[in-house]
Design a protein around this ligand. Structure first.
Ligand SMILES: Nc1ncnc2c1ncn2[C@@H]1O[C@H](COP(=O)(O)OP(=O)(O)OP(=O)(O)O)[C@@H](O)[C@H]1O
Ligand SMILES: [Mg+2]
Length: 445
């Protein structure tokens, strides 16, 4: 079964055109053979009619045997009362004298001949030609009519392939566009230049994209609203718990702290959910563009380090930056801060006390990359592909909501960047998290 539409069209069209060409070839070959045969007959008839009006006198009475070219027309003339031909161009050729008047094709001397016999009073004129010679002449002429078709068939195949490929190019273009569609790029397919036959199909896809975008947006809005709704009572709960702390008996203080810890974790989860809903929101045209400024990535790195410095020092973690290159990206400042802070906070959180965290920024191919390298325990290779999934936690011994990297991914994708996490390959255990963002024009330096 041929699955490719292009191949199906090429083969079907090519086969139909080739079939017509072959039929055309066969029929023109046959017409040509018949035409040549008629011409050769006419020539024999004309020769005979000339001989009847006296042209035969020029033929020698007894020519040498075999002196005539085998491909020629042979002539034999008889006279009533004479047993031998009165004139002949080949004495060894014994044509049947009593052959029917007009054309006949008898076997003479073991060979097929075409003979034209004309009787005029006492005189019989016979003009003959070998059938093999006639066939050769006919075939040579007919074969020449096949050449244009032989040349044309490959040309037609090439033309069919070209035309079909060209027509399907638009389909490939649309296919590429559809391939690029994902949750972060839910844009309708362009209808310009789409062939009429494909329009209903593309419109249906666009309706599907619209429905998908609406349902994703309503899911996002639900998460955002739910997080908002939960935040107020949780903040109140936290305040009440703080106020209550003084009145809790010392024997219950530990359980009370566990309760406070639970409230704090829930608050953190809600904050992360709100950040994710914000990062996932579709870029709202002008208002987003207005909020975008030129953000220095190395400044965001310095900020992120100073944020975690107290806790890093407390835990004996050596955090620092080398290879700092200043590069600017056009973005909302808070977004870039969130991205770097989430990676740095992961490094601090998952690196044991006394570890090392190195940050660096590099510029390459119009992108600025920030690398955060730690000396933690790394992540199991089988779990690595899932770290960007929401609520996925590779390490459940350490607290976290499992949303930090999802937020990073959502923000980075929105700006046309990438984020990757890999285990170190320099012999040490730990993670190398790399985020790359497109530099704004003239933003490097
Ligand atoms: N530097 C790292 N070293 C080891 N494991 C890591 C590192 N960064 C991320 N991980 C693993 O990937 C998981 C997902 O990280 P992510 O930042 O999304 O969530 P989290 O840190 O658990 O929670 P939070 O939402 O508070 O950031 C983590 O639970 C952790 O297991
Ligand atoms: Mg995290």
């Amino acid at each position: 079964m041929l699955k490719s539409l292009r191949n199906q069209l090429v083969i079907a069209l090519g086969a139909v055109v080739s079939l017509f060409a072959i039929l055309q070839g066969v029929s023109s070959y046959q017409f040509c053979v018949a035409g040549m045969s008629a011409v050769l007959d006419l020539r024999m008839e004309q020769v005979a009619s000339r001989l009847r009006v006296g042209f035969g006198e020029g033929i020698p009475t007894v020519p040498a045997r075999g002196s005539q070219d085998a491909r020629d027309i042979f002539i034999v003339m008889w006279k009533d009362g004479e047993t031998q031909p009165v004139r002949t161009t080949e004495p060894s050729l014994l044509l049947p004298r009593n052959a029917v008047e007009g054309f006949s094709s008898p076997i003479v001397n073991g060979e097929g001949w075409r003979i034209y016999t004309a009787r005029d009073g006492a005189q019989t004129v016979q003009v003959a030609q070998r059938l093999s010679v006639r066939h050769e002449i006919e075939e040579t002429a007919a074969t020449k009519t096949l050449w244009p078709i032989v040349v044309l068939i490959p040309l037609v195949w090439a033309a069919v392939i070209f035309v079909v490929s060209r027509s399907l190019r638009e389909l490939n273009r649309l296919g590429n566009k559809v391939r690029d569609i994902d949750v972060n790029h839910l844009q309708a397919l362009p209808l310009a230049r789409v062939p009429t036959e494909l329009l209903p199909f593309i419109r249906s896809i666009n309706l599907m994209i619209e429905r998908l975008a609406r349902s994703i947006e309503s899911e996002r809005k639900f998460i955002s609203d739910a997080a908002h709704e939960l935040r107020t009572p949780l903040t109140a709960l936290q305040l009440q718990a703080d106020n209550l702390q003084r009145d809790v008996m010392p024997s219950n203080q530990e359980r009370f702290r566990a309760l406070q810890g639970g409230i704090a974790r829930s608050s953190n989860l809600i904050s992360q959910l709100l950040r994710l809903a914000r990062a996932d929101a579709p870029p709202v045209g002008q208002s987003m563009t207005r909020a975008m400024i030129s953000v220095d990535v190395s400044a965001a790195v310095v900020n992120a380090i100073s944020d975690v410095l107290p806790i890093a020092m407390q835990r004996g973690i050596d955090i620092g930056a080398d290879e700092m290159v200043s590069a600017k990206v056009r973005a909302i400042e808070l977004d870039i801060g969130t991205v770097i802070k989430n990676l740095v906070s992961n490094a601090v959180r998952y690196t044991p006390d006394g570890g090392t965290i190195d940050l660096s920024t590099r510029v390459h191919d119009g992108m600025v990359s920030v690398e955060v390298k730690d000396t933690g325990s790394g992540i199991d290779e089988t779990l690595l592909p899932r770290v960007f999934d929401r609520f996925f936690r590779a390490n459940t011994d350490i607290e976290g909501s499992g949303l930090g990297l999802s937020i990073v991914k959502a923000i980075v994708t929105r700006y046309g960047g990438t984020v990757t996490l890999r285990n170190r390959d320099d012999g040490q255990s730990g993670i190398v998290a790399t985020v790359s963002l497109p530099i704004e024009p003239d933003g490097a330096g």
